[in-house]
Design a protein around this ligand. Structure first.
Ligand code: NAP
Length: 248
């Protein structure tokens, strides 16, 4: 289950390690949110499965033995479905996810529990806010229309974001601290809102906010299912090679 750098790295390692030589196959699953996902060295399928039952049916029909949930830490519905479907279908299951970002000296983070918490935290005077959230939850911020919002999306959206006062940058990264700092400065950003995604690809905005002394509203991660977890792609590969269908 992909849509992340970790999933793409695991797919590359699986292809390189001669899966077919060992009679094994891998399929990478995308939700289909990105118009042009990166090309992958293993077969790809796209779209939802239809809940836990749909995924369990898929796992059985494709005779899947191992399920690696390498979805984004904020893709909580998918992760809970994956854990439940793996249990139902008797498939070994592991989560491959990134460690959370930790505040460093100089950071001015305010933690909130979810998108609604971030929206509520924006009550008050007009600011220039970088909403570094991806495109899915942006419209919730229409409830705080007094702010100017800087948005950055992977694709140009078919429908304009529902925010009265915004600027949109289309860029899929990877981003640098210097680049993000210049972007924030050129848009006069004075507050950053982001999700604690973890990982290197999107970390630059935090370094840029630190360098500029900007406050950050940090949306903490949703709860994840009770499951075997690794942060290490190589370890996920070892798990695939060495554990049987019961995950031991
Ligand atoms: P979500 O809310 O947890 O999932 C909603 C539904 O989308 C799931 O129930 C499932 O539909 C389908 N789905 C999600 N991931 C899928 C996958 N890899 N393959 C097939 N179906 C999938 O997920 P989300 O937050 O919308 O994220 C969607 C995708 O974008 C994920 O693959 C995730 O890795 C990636 N992504 C998410 C974020 C983020 O901030 N949320 C950031 C970067 C990348 P069914 O119930 O019909 O099976």
């Amino acid at each position: 289950m992909g849509g992340t750098t970790e999933a793409s790295r695991l797919a590359a390692l699986l292809a390189k390690n001669g899966l077919a030589d060992r009679g094994a196959r891998a399929v990478l699953s995308y939700a289909g949110r990105t118009e042009q996902p990166r090309a992958q060295p293993v077969p790809v399928r796209v779209g939802g499965f239809g809940g836990v039952a749909g995924l369990a049916d898929y796992l059985r029909a494709e005779r899947v033995t191992h399920l690696v949930d390498a979805t984004h830490p904020f893709a909580a519905t998918m992760s809970h479905h994956a854990a439940a479907a793996a249990r139902v279908a008797g498939v070994a299951h592991i989560m491959l996810t990134r460690p959370e970002w930790q505040a460093q000296p100089g950071d001015r983070w305010r933690h909130v529990g979810d998108i609604e918490g971030a929206v509520a935290a924006l009550a008050g005077e007009a600011r220039r806010v970088m909403l570094a959230l991806g495109r899915m939850h942006v419209d919730a911020f229409a409830a705080q229309p007094q702010h100017h919002y800087l948005l950055r999306f992977v694709d140009r959206p078919a429908v304009a974001p529902g925010l009265a006062d915004h600027a949109l940058v289309v860029d899929r990264g990877p981003f640098t601290v210097a680049g993000d700092r210049a972007l924030m400065e050129s848009h006069g950003v004075d507050l950053v809102v982001c999700k604690n995604a973890g990982g290197a690809g999107a970390e630059a905005k935090l370094g840029a906010a630190r360098a500029l002394g900007l406050p950050v509203i940090m949306i903490d991660r949703p709860a994840r299912p009770d499951a075997l977890v690794t942060h290490d792609v190589q370890e996920a590969l070892r798990w695939l090679g060495h554990c049987d269908q019961r995950g031991v």
